[in-house]
Ligand binder design. Structure first.
Ligand code: ADP
Ligand code: MG
Length: 664
């Protein structure tokens, strides 16, 4: 098995980690950061941006920049709360009721999974660059509380990114893996993960490398964003009262408000009060309008009591399901940026009388756990065992619309469970199997995962045919359902497909498109690269010819000089004709010619220790002065005699002072 990386695909930030010599390690992205904003955008030229670059254009290009995508992954339009839809880009339902995100500049509609795939692609590319080898598989984490559709959709995103998702791992479980990796003593651990858009709680027992998840709970629609939103509303309402303008209706203003709100929220984790300044946020009848105010921590906390309440319920229900009391918990592990809020930590202390453990990095611990899981899968890490659970009950709809649970929540996975059902009418020839996930008694109040029909049941009085329905949950938490008519042996089985997933044809079409586009992109990039390196080489050749003329005189190394000149002209011509095939050959001969000239130059210098050399060196530095407008660069052929110390330093200093005076 090849390399598998671990990916924490957060609502706000994504992180990728790898295993190096048995130790997990977070990989910095191409921009040098260890976390990558989960933002995807298109520039006005339809160029795809991912991460920090996309995040940077959130305010200026709000319709074509997509953040918080995870809230839409694997969900159908009807399930979305209004708060999820309060994003500056457009979100709509397609004819099937699936979520689609139109992008004006590319004039295309995307499924959320498709955009998320670009984030995965970037992380994988960054990891491959770091490792120096291709990466084609990953362990991807999801909130423990993700339902089957959301998990399927995450896996689809991986497929669209061109990688194999070897395992879907629950985020809190990943955090516990990272936390318990080096510990031997038996501990009961509560993982409390509050990120940007989701909230997860898991209780587990860790002993000697065995990780037993006892219970899990959470809220996939609660996170730091909701706290930001409270500040946005607070600002916008005040502004509306004063100016009768609702800033939330202006995309750009909304984005600026959101950014300012998030910044203020983060600052309030450290200080008691913070200024909020948003100049030129709108235009009124008398000219531009501004926001200048301060927010203090107690006011902020007063805006969020119901959000805090929503944090309590899952902790209590996980405790109940595990059969543990609050005092049984040995360690509290905080995960996710939003656990830095003092009110959140305070609330948690009222539930579990323990100081949270400070030894893990809340931003990186999930990705680290994913890399450890990858190591378990490849066999690189032994003596570690993970026993996870399914977060939500799974069942069938029976007569009267009732939910008949086959696999209760918090059952250890993988698991297989079956039950026998019958017909409700005489001579019923088929039965509808409708699969649901959730805790409510009425099936319709839960999440529908899909339905299928088992037909060809021979005529019989009601209640006589026996249909065996089996549920299989694999280690990813993904469900497969099969139904067998016991009399005929007729069997039907399906991978449950959630409503908002792309269907198989759509995925295949997208993959084909991506492949075609990747080829085109690669070709385009290759041709640009080739032209650029040819241009660089020509510039190098020109410099080298000048060097040779100065050091050896115009005819000092005539053969080599002529060869370089000719090869250089060839390359220049080919560049003009844009003949890339020939260009490659031309570049090779120019390189060869330059090599000859360089060798000649350096042998001249080595053998020639005569007094003339001194004059030549003087000439060399004189020439440096003469050509002081030429670019200096990291020319590999740079000869020691040309590296006069003073010139580049002087110029660098000059440039800096110029910058200082006019540009800072
Ligand atoms: P996710 O897992 O959803 O990507 P993260 O764990 O990266 O999320 O957390 C992101 C959230 O944490 C954001 O809402 C961000 O505003 C919030 N956050 C980060 N630092 C702080 C802080 N110092 N105080 C409060 N919230 C913070
Ligand atoms: Mg997270």
């Amino acid at each position: 098995m090849g390399r598998i990386v671990g990916i924490d695909l957060g609502t706000t930030n994504a992180v990728v980690a790898v295993l190096e010599a048995g130790r997990p390690l977070v990989v910095a992205n191409a921009e040098g950061s260890r976390t990558t904003p989960s933002v995807v955008g298109y520039t006005k030229d339809s160029e795809l941006l991912v991460g920090q670059l996309a995040r940077r254009q959130l305010v200026l290009n709000p319709r074509n920049t997509f953040a918080n995508l995870k809230r839409f992954v694997g969900r159908v339009w009807d399930e979305l709360e209004d708060s999820s839809l309060a994003v500056p880009y457009t979100v709509r339902a397609n004819a099937e009721g699936n979520v689609r995100i139109p992008c004006p500049v590319t004039e295309r509609e995307y499924a959320p999974e498709e955009l998320v795939a670009s984030i995965i692609r970037k992380l994988v590319d960054d990891a491959a660059t770091y490792l120096g080898e291709p990466v084609d598989a990953a362990v991807v984490t999801v909130p423990a509380y993700f339902n089957d559709s959301q998990r399927q959709a995450t896996r689809d995103a991986g497929r669209l990114a061109g990688i194999n998702v070897e395992r879907i791992l629950n985020e809190p479980t990943a955090a516990a893996l990272a936390y318990g990796f080096d510990r031997t003593s038996a501990r009961r651990v509560l993982v409390f993960d509050l990120g940007g858009g989701t909230f997860d709680v898991s209780l587990m027992r860790i002993a000697n490398g065995v990780f037993d998840v006892k219970a899990t709970s959470g809220d996939t629609q609660l996170g730091g964003n909701d706290f930001d939103q409270r500040i946005v509303d607070w600002l916008a309402e005040a502004f509306k009262r004063e100016n009768s303008i609702d800033l939330r209706r202006d995309r750009q203003a909304l984005q600026r408000l959101t950014e300012a709100a998030e910044k203020a929220k983060q600052e309030l984790s450290g200080v008691q009060s913070t200024p909020l300044s948003l100049p030129f946020i709108a235009t009124g009848p008398d000219g531009p309008l501004h926001i200048e105010t301060t927010l203090d921590r107690s006011t902020f906390e007063g805006l969020c009591p119901d959000l805090l309440d929503r944090l309590m319920t899952p902790v209590q229900s996980a405790l109940r399901d595990s059969g543990w009391s609050a005092e049984d918990v040995d360690d509290v592990v905080l995960v996710g940026g939003s656990t830095r809020m003092p009110m959140v930590q305070q609330l948690l202390r009222t539930l579990i009388p323990r100081d949270p453990c400070q030894s893990v990095n809340p931003d990186e611990v999930v990705a680290v756990g994913a890399a450890i899981q990858a190591g378990i899968l490849t066999g690189e890490l032994r003596d570690l065992m993970l026993n996870d659970v399914t977060p939500l009950s799974l069942g069938l709809e029976t007569v009267g619309g009732l939910m008949k649970v086959l696999i209760p929540r918090n059952s250890p996975i993988p698991v297989r469970q079956s039950d026998v059902f019958s017909t409700s009418q005489a001579n019923q020839a088929s039965v509808d199997i409708h699969v649901w996930q959730g805790e409510r008694q009425l099936a319709a109040d839960n999440k529908s995962l899909g339905r299928f029909r088992l037909s060809g049941i021979p005529p019989a009085p009601r209640g006589v045919p026996q249909v065996q329905v089996a549920f299989d949950i694999d280690a990813n938490g993904l469900l497969q359902v099969s139904a067998t008519d016991r009399t005929t042996g007729r069997k039907q089985s399906v991978n449950i497909q959630g409503g908002s997933n792309l269907n198989e044809e759509e995925i295949k079409a997208l993959l084909a498109e991506a492949e075609a586009k990747a080829d085109e992109d690669r070709r385009r990039r290759a041709s640009i690269d080739r032209r650029n390196s040819a241009l660089t080489l020509v510039a190098q050749a020109e410099r080298r010819l000048r060097d040779a003329a100065l050091e050896l005189g115009p005819y000092g190394a005539e053969r080599q000089q002529r060869a370089v000149e000719m090869a250089m002209r060839d390359v220049q011509d080919l560049l003009e004709q844009n003949d890339l095939q020939e260009l490659e050959l031309g570049v090779a001969s120019l390189q060869e010619a330059l090599f000859g000239l360089n060798r000649r130059l350096s042998s001249e210098r080595r053998t020639d220790a005569s007094p003339l050399q001194g004059i030549r060196n003087t000439l060399g530095s004189l020439k440096d002065e003469l050509f002081s407008d030429e670019d200096w660069d990291d020319d590999p052929w740079e000869s020691p005699s040309r590296l006069s110390d003073s010139r580049p330093n002087m110029r660098r200093r000059d440039m800096n002072s110029w910058d200082d005076d006019f540009y800072r």
